[in-house]
Ligand binder design. Structure first.
Ligand code: KIV
Ligand code: ZN
Length: 521
C-alpha cells in the first residue's frame, strides 16, 4: 500500500452537518465534537462558516485553538470579507485551511450569481489568491459541480490550481449524481485538467437520492483522494455522505477499495453517539455501522449461524467500530475500581473528580434499576448531566398526572444555592414541569425542541431527554438521562438554562475565560 492510496477524511459535521434544520450546536458543543473528531483521526475539520455570525466566528476560532492534530478549516464565499473572517478565525490553529467556493453550473451562475462565466473565472482567481495570503492550504469548490458543463468545469479547476488552490473539491451539491457517471466525471477531471497533479481532488456528495456514500466511493476508485463527509450523515436536506459508512466500506472491502484512512474505527460508535446526543438527531435503529441494530441478530437461522461462526452473518466485528463485548457486568454491588475499569473499556478516560461524580450517579441509578447496561453508563458520563456549581440545581420533582386532570408538578430547585419550591399546573405533566421551572426562574428563552429516547430496552429503561432553548437567536441544548422521564425532562431543561447562563457569563468574562473552559472540557 502506497501513500497515494491514503484517503484524506474531511469532516464537515460542524459546518454542512450543522446546516441541517434543527442541528444547531453552541460553542461548547462544537468544541466537544471537534475534540472527538480529532481523537477519531479525521484529517480536516471544517469548523464552520466564520462570516455567518459572531457565534460561528467564535466557534471556528475556539476549535482552532483546541484541536491538536487535524487541520482546521473555515468555509468562505468568493468574497473578500468572507475570506478575511475565515483567515482570522483559523489563525490559532496549528494547521489551517480556507475553503472557498463559487457556483459553476449554468443554472447557478444565471439565477443565483447572476454572473457570466468569465466573471466567475475572475472571482475564482481573486478569491484564491486572496485566501493564499492567510494560508498555503486553500481548498476551492465548484458548487453544483456535478451539473456543470465539462469543458467549463475543467477550465475553472485549471484556473483555481494556477491561482494557488491545493485541494479541488467537486461537490454533488444537490445529490443528483449516480455512481457510474460521477466516477466518470472524476476521471474526466483527472485526465483533462493539465495541472491536476498539483492538487488533491476531493468530493462532497449529498444524499438526496441515498447515493452519497456510493458516489464518494466511486469517486475514489476513479482517482479522488479526499472525501468530505459527516458523522451520522447529517447535513443539508437529506444530509451528506456518512463518515462511518465511507470509512468502514473502505476497511471492510479493501479487496475492491485498496485505500487507507487515518480513522481509529473503534471510536466511531462513541463519536456517533456524541453527535446524536448533542444535536438531538436520533440515529435510526437500522442505520449502517452505528445503528442500534447494526450488529443484532434476531432470526433463529441467523443466531444459529452466528453461534457456529460469527463470519456467517457478520462482515465486520462490533469491536471494530467500538461496540465492545461486555466483559464486566455492572450492578449495585460494583465498586469504584470496577466502575473505572468499565469506563475505560467503554473508551472514557475521566479525571478523578469527574470519575467520583459519575460513580455517585451510577450508584444512585443502580439503586433504582436492576440491570445496568453499557448504554446507561455512557448516558451518565456524556455531557449535560453535571450539576456541580451550576446556577440552577434540580432538587426534587413530584408529578400528579393521569386522565383525571389537572396535571401538576411540585418542583424544588436551587437558584444560586438557595432552595425554592413551587407547584404548577399544565397541559400534561411535561408542560406542568416546565412551567414550574419557568416560575422559579423566569426567562425569555423559548423551547424549540423536546425529545425523549429510551436508552435501553425494558420498562425501567433510562429516558434520555434533549431540550433545546432559543434566545436572541442563540441555541442552548440541555441533556439528561433518568429512569423517570419527567425527572430527566426537568434536569434537561435546567441543564439548557445553565448552558445559557454559562455562555452569557463567558461573553461577559471575555476570551480568557472561554479558553480556560474549553481546555477543561
Ligand atoms: O454542497 C455543497 O456544494 C457545499 C459546498 C459549499 C462545498 O456544501
Ligand atoms: Zn454541502
Amino acid at each position: 500500500m502506497t501513500d497515494s492510496n491514503r484517503i484524506i477524511i474531511f469532516d464537515t459535521t460542524l459546518r454542512d452537518g450543522e446546516q441541517s434544520p434543527g442541528a444547531s450546536m453552541n460553542l461548547e458543543e462544537k468544541v466537544l465534537v471537534a475534540q472527538a473528531l480529532d481523537s477519531l483521526g479525521v484529517d480536516v475539520i471544517e469548523a464552520g462558516f466564520a462570516i455567518a455570525s459572531k457565534g460561528d466566528f467564535e466557534a471556528v476560532q475556539e476549535v482552532a485553538r483546541t484541536v491538536k492534530n487535524a487541520t482546521v478549516c473555515s468555509l468562505a464565499r468568493a468574497v473578500k470579507a468572507d475570506i478575511e473572517a475565515a483567515g482570522e478565525a483559523i489563525k490559532p490553529a496549528k494547521r489551517k485551511r480556507i475553503h472557498t467556493f463559487i457556483s459553476t453550473s449554468p443554472l447557478h451562475m444565471k439565477y443565483k450569481l447572476k454572473m457570466e462565466p468569465e466573471q466567475v473565472v475572475e472571482k475564482i482567481k481573486e478569491s484564491i489568491s486572496y485566501a493564499r495570503k492567510y494560508t498555503d492550504d486553500v481548498e476551492w469548490s465548484c458548487e453544483d459541480g456535478s451539473r456543470t458543463e465539462h469543458d467549463f468545469l475543467c477550465h475553472t479547476i485549471e484556473t483555481a490550481i494556477k491561482a494557488g488552490a491545493t485541494t479541488i473539491n467537486l461537490p454533488d451539491t444537490v445529490g443528483y449524481a449516480l455512481p457510474g457517471s460521477f466516477g466518470e466525471l472524476v476521471k474526466i477531471i483527472m485526465n483533462r485538467v493539465p495541472n491536476m497533479d498539483k492538487a488533491v481532488l476531493s468530493v462532497h456528495c449529498h444524499n438526496d437520492l441515498g447515493l452519497a456514500v456510493a458516489n464518494s466511493l466511486a469517486a475514489v476508485q476513479a482517482g479522488a483522494r479526499q472525501i468530505e463527509c459527516t458523522i451520522n450523515g447529517i447535513g443539508e436536506r437529506a444530509g451528506n455522505a456518512a463518515l462511518e459508512e465511507v470509512v468502514m466500506a473502505i476497511k471492510t472491502r479493501n479487496d475492491q477499495l485498496p485505500f487507507t484512512t487515518g480513522i481509529v474505527t473503534e471510536r466511531l460508535t462513541r463519536t456517533s453517539r456524541l453527535v446524536s446526543q448533542i444535536t438531538g438527531f436520533a440515529v435510526q435503529k437500522n442505520k449502517a455501522i452505528v445503528g442500534a441494530n447494526a450488529f443484532a441478530h434476531e432470526s433463529g437461522i441467523h443466531q444459529h449461524g452466528m453461534l457456529a461462526h460469527s463470519e456467517t452473518y457478520e462482515i465486520m466485528t462490533p469491536a471494530s467500530v467500538g461496540v465492545t463485548e461486555t466483559t464486566l457486568v455492572m450492578g449495585k454491588h460494583s465498586g469504584s475500581h470496577a466502575f473505572g475499569e468499565k469506563l475505560k473499556e467503554l473508551g472514557f478516560d475521566l479525571g478523578e473528580n469527574a470519575l467520583a461524580e459519575a460513580f455517585a450517579q451510577f450508584k444512585a441509578l443502580a439503586d433504582r434499576k436492576k440491570e445496568i447496561y453499557d448504554e446507561d453508563i455512557i448516558a451518565l458520563v456524556n455531557p449535560g448531566v453535571h450539576q456541580r456549581d451550576e446556577k440552577l440545581q434540580f432538587v426534587s420533582l413530584q408529578v400528579a398526572c393521569g386522565s383525571k386532570g389537572p396535571q401538576t408538578a411540585a418542583l424544588v430547585m436551587k437558584v444560586d444555592g438557595k432552595e425554592h419550591s413551587v407547584t404548577s399546573e399544565g397541559n400534561g405533566p411535561v408542560d406542568a414541569t416546565f412551567k414550574a421551572i419557568q416560575s422559579l426562574y423566569p426567562h425569555q428563552a423559548k423551547l424549540e425542541l423536546y425529545q425523549v429516547h429510551a436508552v435501553t430496552k425494558g420498562t425501567d429503561a433510562q429516558a434520555e431527554v434533549t431540550v433545546r432553548l432559543v434566545d436572541e437567536g442563540q441555541v442552548y441544548n440541555g441533556h439528561s438521562a433518568d429512569p423517570d422521564t419527567l425527572v430527566a425532562s426537568a434536569r434537561a431543561y435546567i441543564n439548557a438554562l445553565n448552558v445559557q447562563h454559562r455562555q452569557k457569563g463567558r461573553k461577559r468574562g471575555g476570551d480568557g475565560q472561554l479558553r480556560r473552559e474549553a481546555a477543561a472540557i
